[in-house]
Design a protein around this ligand. Structure first.
Ligand code: ADP
Ligand code: MG
Length: 205
């Protein structure tokens, strides 16, 4: 299963969620992270605590790298850069599921909708060998504020696939790349577990 994190918005939590989901799945499945972002945020992950191999795409065709990893790993999580580049489009076209993180702010919602537009184009593009391309927006860095609740409601009624699972604003997620997966039983661990399970459910549906 290949899951990509995508949004045209920087700082919306793509790399963080990529790391957390990969760390969660690696507890029970052979999992790899693929860094498709030239910023290479994932290279900052501490291997000794995260236990998920991080691959960078050095070849010209990321599709080949993805196919190779998919043959060796049960779960491949791809962190993309937030812009329309050939590499991103190719990575998305090779994914089984695309998760679009969205922070609870009106600006972020607009960017998430732009990401959705791009995904719809890709789903119909020639790079996409298999159809359809399932995707969903996930509310991340959510807080117990009126604006967070309002944005959640707006996304729920937007007609765009929207995850029930939600990720809160928590220090545990900032720490994951250097401290490892949040402790079992913590709210952060539970949020990632629910997100991962919902992705699986949506893929089976
Ligand atoms: N759920 C969260 N709670 C608190 N901080 C977060 C959360 N998700 C991400 N962050 C922080 O927000 C910033 C941007 O996140 P990052 O994952 O790098 O976004 P992107 O990859 O989309 O640019 C980072 O400093 C990260 O640690
Ligand atoms: Mg990033």
């Amino acid at each position: 299963m290949i899951v990509s994190l995508y949004s045209t918005k920087g700082g919306c939590g793509k790399s963080t969620l990529a790391v957390c989901l990969a760390a969660y799945w690696s507890q029970t499945r052979k999992t790899a992270l693929l860094d498709a972002d030239p910023q290479a945020s994932l290279s900052l992950c501490r291997q000794e605590v995260l236990h998920v191999p991080v691959f960078e795409d050095t070849s010209k065709g990321i599709g080949k790298t993805i196919a190779k990893l998919a043959g060796e790993y049960e779960r491949v999580v791809i962190d993309t850069a937030g812009y329309r580049r050939r590499k991103n489009i190719e990575a998305l076209a090779h994914s089984d599921f695309v998760l679009i993180p969205c922070k609870p702010s009106p600006f972020d919602v607009r960017e998430a909708m732009e990401a959705v537009e791009l995904l719809r184009e890709i789903a119909g593009a020639k790079e996409r060998k298999r159809a359809p391309l399932p995707y969903a927006i996930v509310l991340t860095m959510a807080q117990r504020t009126a604006v967070s609740a309002h944005i959640r409601e707006e996304l729920e009624h937007s007609g765009v696939p929207f995850m029930s699972a939600q990720i809160g604003q928590r220090v545990a997620f900032v720490e994951t790349p250097i401290v490892g997966f949040p402790p079992a039983g913590s709210v952060a661990a539970l949020e990632i577990e629910l997100l991962a399970k919902e992705i699986r459910r949506r893929l089976k549906a």
